[in-house]
Design a protein. Structure first.
Ligand SMILES: O=C(O)CCC(=O)C(=O)O
Ligand SMILES: [Fe+2]
Length: 206
């Protein structure tokens, strides 16, 4: 049997009805600041529309979507056609796969330009991701607050997890079924942050 998590064990974050693992200083084979600068410069960042209650808005952050050929993904009501992996992203995928003990065929990159950029409360529970998806989320650049809220249990307080540069958070098990997550706007000014969420998209949908 292959060994789970060969690179030193991640921390387990207590999440009732879900599974969260955190590498506080993931071994990415490169300095997180250098990775941030390369990705900020090289990725094809776009302002993307979002469909909310039948209306189109611009998302409050920049996005870029990379995947294996033939993979497509509907995200926030919008169909995304992927770009081919850059050399940097391909290397990062290998590192993240080893650290997560999972396979990924795509990555959604988010660039939060400043403290007012954000990601609304959601779960990564699209059909194409299958049941109980493993989602590996790599943070680079400025620290931002990641918050999880249980869908039904009002007795559970939201979980606040500050995500700093070089941290790798793995969401798996029933996390997406039972919890939603967000990156709220904040009042304190800060610089840019990149978050890469590695996913396995099943095409055609399972
Ligand atoms: O920026 C983050 O930490 C979260 C990103 C996220 O939830 C997503 O891309 O689905
Ligand atoms: Fe998400």
């Amino acid at each position: 049997m292959t060994e789970l998590f060969p690179n030193s064990d991640p921390e387990e974050i207590d999440l009732p009805g879900g599974e969260l693992l955190l590498y506080r200083a993931a071994d990415l084979g490169a300095d997180p600041q250098e990775l941030f600068e390369n990705l900020e410069r090289e990725l094809a960042w776009r302002e993307e529309p979002i469909q909310l209650f039948g209306k189109r808005y611009l998302q409050p952050r920049l996005l870029a979507w990379y995947a294996d050929a033939g993979v497509s993904y509907k995200y926030s009501g919008i169909q995304h056609d992927p770009l081919p992996w850059t050399p940097q992203l391909a290397v990062l995928r290998e590192r993240v796969e080893a650290l997560s003990d999972a396979r990924f065929n795509s990555v959604l990159a988010n660039l939060y330009r400043h403290h007012r950029d954000s990601m609304g409360l959601h779960a990564d529970d699209e059909r194409e991701l299958g049941a109980q998806p493993v989602i590996a989320s790599l943070s680079l650049g400025e620290e931002r607050m990641f918050r999880l809220k249980h869908r039904h249990r009002k007795d559970l307080k939201p979980i606040r997890l500050p995500l700093a540069s070089g941290m790798l958070l793995i969401m798996r098990g029933a996390t997406q079924e039972n919890w939603r997550h967000e990156v709220p706007k904040q009042s304190r000014p800060c610089g840019p942050r990149i978050n890469l969420t590695f996913r396995y998209v099943h095409t055609p949908p399972v």
